[in-house]
Design a protein around this ligand. Structure first.
Ligand SMILES: C[S@@+](CC[C@H](N)C(=O)[O-])C[C@H]1O[C@@H](n2cnc3c(N)ncnc32)[C@H](O)[C@@H]1O
Length: 287
C-alpha cells in the first residue's frame, strides 16, 4: 500500500510543487524559511510520507467543507502547513496543524509567520494518534485508507455536523457525502459530515396536543430508515440525516405527505412542520 502511494505520489508531487508557488507568501520569505530545511516530496514520515496536496484541491476541499470564520480546522499530518494556512488566509478560520516531523513543523511555523497568521494558525509537533482533536469543527487529512480507518471511531464520536475532508483516501464502508473533483486536478477529495446517532426507539409527542407515536430508526452512518408504530401512527415515507439535521416525511391516512424538519440533540429530536396550514411540532425522546 505504502509503495503504491509512493510511486503515484512521486509523479504527482512534481506537478504539485509546480502549482505550489504563487498562492503563498512572498517568494523571498518562503526561501528564507526553506534555508534551514527544504522538504522533499516523498520524504519519510512516521505513518505516511509527505506529499503536499495540490493548491487547487486544498481550496476545493475547504470550500466543500464550507469553512467559515467561526470554524476551527485541524489538519492531521499537516506537512508544510498549507491547509491550515489556506483555511485562515482565505476563509478566516482558526486552524491547527498536527505534524510529527519537527523539521516540517518549524518550516510550517515559519510560513505561518511569513503570512502574518500567528494569531489564527498554530502548528504543533504531535502524533495524530496521541493527540485530541475532538474540538475541531473541520478535520482535513491526506493520509492512507488504513490510517483513516484507524481514526474513524474517533471521528464518528465528534460533534454531529463536523466536516471531514480527505485527499484521495476514503473511510471504508462509510460512504462520502460528497466527491470533490476540481477541474484539472489529478487527485480528488472526499467530504463526510459526522452524523448524529439516532439509532433505536423513540417516542414522539405533539407539543400542546394529544398525539403520540413511536419511531424506530435503523442507522448505517448517515443512512437512516425509520418506521412508525402505535395507535393512529403516520407511516414514514422518507427519512434523511445530515449531521444533526433530520427530516422525516410523514403520511397520515388519506392525507398528502408532510415534511417535518428538526435537529437531533443527544436523546431528543424536535421536529416542526405544517398540517393544514398550521404549525405542528413533535418532540421525540429516545427510549
Ligand atoms: C501526505 S502528507 C500530507 C500533508 C498535508 N496534510 C497536505 O495535505 O499537504 C502526510 C503528512 O503526515 C505526517 N505524518 C505521518 N504520520 C504522522 C503522525 N503519526 N502524526 C502526525 N503527522 C504524521 C507526515 O510527516 C506528512 O507531513
Amino acid at each position: 500500500m505504502l509503495r503504491a502511494f509512493r510511486s503515484l505520489t512521486a509523479l504527482l508531487t512534481v506537478i504539485s510543487l509546480l502549482f505550489a508557488s504563487g498562492a503563498w507568501a512572498d517568494a523571498a520569505q518562503r526561501e528564507q524559511c526553506e534555508r534551514e530545511f527544504s522538504p522533499r516530496s516523498g520524504q519519510a514520515g512516521k505513518d505516511v510520507i509527505w506529499v503536499p496536496t495540490q493548491e487547487d484541491l486544498v481550496m476545493a476541499m475547504l470550500k466543500a467543507a464550507k469553512v467559515a470564520a467561526d470554524d476551527y480546522v485541524v489538519d492531521l499530518g499537516s506537512g508544510d502547513g498549507r491547509i491550515p494556512i489556506a483555511a485562515a488566509k482565505h476563509f478566516g478560520a482558526r486552524a491547527m496543524g498536527l505534524e510529527y516531523n519537527p523539521q516540517m513543523v518549524k518550516l510550517a511555523q515559519c510560513y505561518v509567520r511569513a503570512e502574518g497568521l500567528e494569531d489564527k494558525v498554530t502548528i504543533k509537533e504531535a502524533d495524530i494518534f496521541e493527540t485530541d482533536f475532538s474540538d475541531a469543527t473541520v478535520v482535513t487529512m491526506y493520509l492512507l485508507s488504513d490510517l483513516n480507518m484507524k481514526l474513524r471511531p474517533r471521528i464518528l464520536k465528534m460533534k454531529p455536523g463536523t466536516r471531514v475532508v480527505s485527499n484521495s483516501f476514503k473511510m471504508g464502508d462509510w460512504s462520502p457525502d460528497e466527491h470533490i473533483d476540481p477541474e484539472g486536478s489529478y487527485s480528488r477529495g472526499y467530504l463526510w459530515i459526522v452524523p448524529a446517532d439516532v439509532k433505536g426507539k423513540w417516542t414522539f409527542r405533539e407539543e400542546g396536543g394529544e398525539r403520540t407515536f413511536e419511531v424506530t430508526f435503523e442507522q448505517e452512518f448517515q443512512e437512516i430508515k425509520a418506521s412508525a408504530s402505535g395507535n393512529g401512527a403516520p407511516s414514514v415515507q422518507d427519512a434523511t440525516l445530515r449531521g444533526a439535521d433530520i427530516q422525516l416525511t410523514l403520511v397520515d391516512a388519506n392525507n398528502a405527505p408532510r415534511t417535518f424538519k428538526g435537529q437531533v440533540e443527544d436523546d431528543r429530536i424536535r421536529l416542526t412542520g405544517r398540517v393544514d396550514g398550521k404549525p405542528v411540532t413533535y418532540v421525540g425522546q429516545r427510549r
